[in-house]
Design a protein around this ligand. Structure first.
Ligand SMILES: [Zn+2]
Length: 322
C-alpha cells in the first residue's frame, strides 16, 4: 500500500502520483473536438461491451456497473458509482465557470473506476506501458479521452485534477503548452477544493531564490525522474508555482487576457519555451522576466484576491476499496 497513513505522507504520495501522471497527460493523443454541441451518448451496447473487455479483462461483464450522467459514462467494478458521477458533473460545471475555454460536444467521456488499487494499477501498466513502479505510486490518471482511478482517499481532489486534464484535452482540444501549463491548470483548479497549505508553499517559494518563471516553462516535465530522490519534492514545488502563475494570469492585473492566453498556448506546440516567450510578449507586451516580477508582486505584496471557494461538495459515501 503506497499511500502513507499520516497526513503529510499521504499528501506527498498523492502529489507525487499526480506529477507522474502529468507525463502521460501531455503525451496523450490529440483529440479533435467534434462540434459545439451537448455531449451525445455515442456508446452503443457493443461499444460498451468491447470497452469493458479492454478495461476489465479479468471480470465478468455483469460485475461492471455502467452509469451514464449528462457528460460522462462511468465503468465501475466498485460500489458507490453514482456520487462519483455527480462529482464529475460538478467538475464539468465548475470547469466551464472557471476557464474561458470552449467546451466542445462529443461522446460521453469515459471514466474507469476500479474496486481496488491493484486492479487499477494492473490496468495502468497494461494500457499505457508505464512501469509497475510508477503504477505502484499512482491513484489516478488522465490519458487519451478517459480518467481512471480506484476509489481512494481524497477523491474530490483527484477528480478535480484529472477532470481538468480530461476536459482540456478531450473537450477544448488543448494539447499545447507543456507540463507547466497542464499541471498548472489542474493544480490551480484542484486548489479551489483543497486550498490547505498552498499559499504558504507558494509564498515560501517565491521569497526564496528558487525557480524563475522562465525556468519553470523550460522544464519538459515538472516531475523529472533524473533528479532521483529529489524528484518528488522538486516537482511539488514546481506544481505549486505553476498553479500560482495560472492564478496570477486568471485573477491578477492581466485577467482580461486569460482566455486568449489559454487558447494561444493550448493550441500551440506541445513543448516550445521560445514560443511561449514570444506569445507572452505578443499578448501582454512583456518579457518573461517582467511578467515574473509582476507574478511575484501579486503574491507577495498583498494585491492578491484569493479565489472564492465554491459551494460544498456532495456528501461522500463510505466505500470499500482495498
Ligand atoms: Zn496532473
Amino acid at each position: 500500500m503506497p499511500l502513507g497513513t499520516d497526513r503529510s505522507g499521504r499528501g506527498l504520495d498523492r502529489a507525487l502520483v499526480l506529477m507522474l501522471l502529468s507525463t502521460l497527460v501531455t503525451a496523450g493523443c490529440r483529440l479533435v473536438p467534434s462540434a459545439d454541441a451537448p455531449a451525445r451518448d455515442g456508446w452503443s451496447e457493443s461499444r460498451v461491451a468491447e470497452r469493458i473487455g479492454e478495461v476489465f479483462p479479468d471480470r465478468e461483464s455483469r460485475e461492471i456497473t455502467v452509469y451514464r450522467t449528462r457528460n460522462y459514462i462511468l465503468f465501475s467494478s466498485a460500489r458507490g458509482v453514482e456520487p462519483i458521477g455527480r462529482l464529475f458533473e460538478d467538475v464539468h460545471r465548475r470547469f466551464a465557470d472557471t476557464f474561458p475555454v470552449p467546451v466542445h460536444g462529443g461522446d460521453l467521456l469515459p471514466v474507469y473506476l476500479f474496486a481496488t488499487s491493484d486492479e487499477y494499477r494492473r490496468f495502468y501498466v497494461r494500457h499505457t506501458g508505464v512501469t509497475a513502479e510508477i503504477a505502484g505510486l499512482s491513484i489516478g490518471h488522465a490519458w487519451q479521452d478517459y480518467v481512471a482511478t480506484s476509489i481512494p482517499l481524497e477523491q474530490e481532489a483527484i477528480v478535480h485534477h484529472e477532470g481538468v486534464h480530461q476536459l482540456m484535452l478531450a473537450r477544448a482540444g488543448y494539447t499545447g503548452g507543456g507540463s507547466w501549463f497542464h499541471e498548472g491548470l489542474a493544480e490551480y483548479f484542484e486548489r479551489t477544493v483543497r486550498p490547505a497549505g498552498f499559499e504558504i508553499l507558494v509564498g515560501a517559494e517565491l521569497r526564496s531564490a528558487g525557480f524563475t518563471l522562465e525556468e519553470i516553462i523550460r522544464q519538459p516535465q515538472l516531475l523529472d525522474p533524473s533528479w532521483g530522490h529529489q524528484s518528488s519534492t522538486r516537482a511539488i514545488r514546481l506544481y505549486a508555482l505553476a498553479a500560482s502563475f495560472i492564478e496570477f494570469l486568471h485573477r491578477g492585473p492581466h485577467a482580461r487576457h486569460f482566455g486568449e492566453f489559454l487558447r494561444v498556448i493550448g493550441e500551440g506546440p506541445p513543448f516550445d519555451p521560445g514560443f511561449v516567450a514570444r506569445q507572452v510578449r505578443a499578448i501582454y507586451g512583456l518579457s518573461l522576466a517582467d511578467l515574473d516580477q509582476q507574478w511575484r508582486r501579486y503574491w507577495l505584496d498583498g494585491d492578491r484576491q484569493p479565489p472564492v471557494l465554491t459551494a460544498p461538495l456532495p456528501e461522500w459515501p463510505s466505500v470499500d476499496s482495498d
